[in-house]
Design a protein around this ligand. Sequence first.
Ligand code: SAM
Length: 280
Amino acid sequence: MTKADEDAAERSPRRAATEAAGGYAADTIPDKATRARSFGAVADTYDRGRPGWPAEAIEWLLGPEPLDVLELGAGTGKLTAALLAAGHRVTALEPSAGMREVLAARVGDAPDATVIDGRAEQIPLDDAGVDAVVVGSAFHWFDREPTLEEIGRVLRPPGLFGLLGNRYDTSVDWQRRLRKVTGAGMIYRGNHWPKQAELRERFAEVEDRTFAHRMEVDPAMLRDYLASLSWVATMPPAERDTHLAAVDEFWANEPDLKGRTSATLAWRTPVRRARVLRIR
Ligand SMILES: C[S@@+](CC[C@H](N)C(=O)[O-])C[C@H]1O[C@@H](n2cnc3c(N)ncnc32)[C@H](O)[C@@H]1O
């Protein structure tokens, strides 16, 4: 064990075991299917704590003209709302009833929004019915091959597929210090998205760009953000309480936060855009 590992072990034995296993400890973290289902139980927390999406990222991804867009893994509708605000007609697919309830409350009345139950691997839509398929912070939950096949099937040529992520920005000093307290997320993050080369087998143009954005948070929202992460949502309750209490303690003692009622949380949004379906 290195010195860093020992320090981590002192702070949290579970985290140390996880970090030692390269960020993924199969014996301490519930399986992927369990974590994928964790969201419904924390839908309100998720909605309060998670960031939204920058308008510039959506404009770069989809362009200025209104499109028929299918969003997979729409959750509570944070990205759905941003797509609608940009003028697109959106079908938001989400399998969790708990998440769908918050999603429908948010966008259900919008004339250009349709909320549907379903899974990315078996999309309940006709062939060639949408101009674009987008996914925000959800692709890692899907079975990749059947999902990519389904995306190719429902896209109407020329066809556009977009992946968006929200990365916690560790270039901000206090955010980096908080990450040391909470851990980086015990889930192995590699291979999250299909590589550019993999997408080029299906699309003629593939490009990446990253956008910065910010979110005002108070201590409760910061706690909600952490509580909504699947590996925290699936912790045993006592362990979760201890984990989240450390966040409150951090706010009370961190020089950049203490005594303040709110702070700016910085995010980075990577976007991968794949355009023009290859004829197969
Ligand atoms: C991190 S949330 C993403 C939320 C959302 N896109 C946003 O903008 O905040 C991931 C979502 O993917 C959904 N999900 C998990 N497995 C799925 C699957 N196989 N097909 C479609 N959605 C799935 C979960 O229920 C969850 O709501």
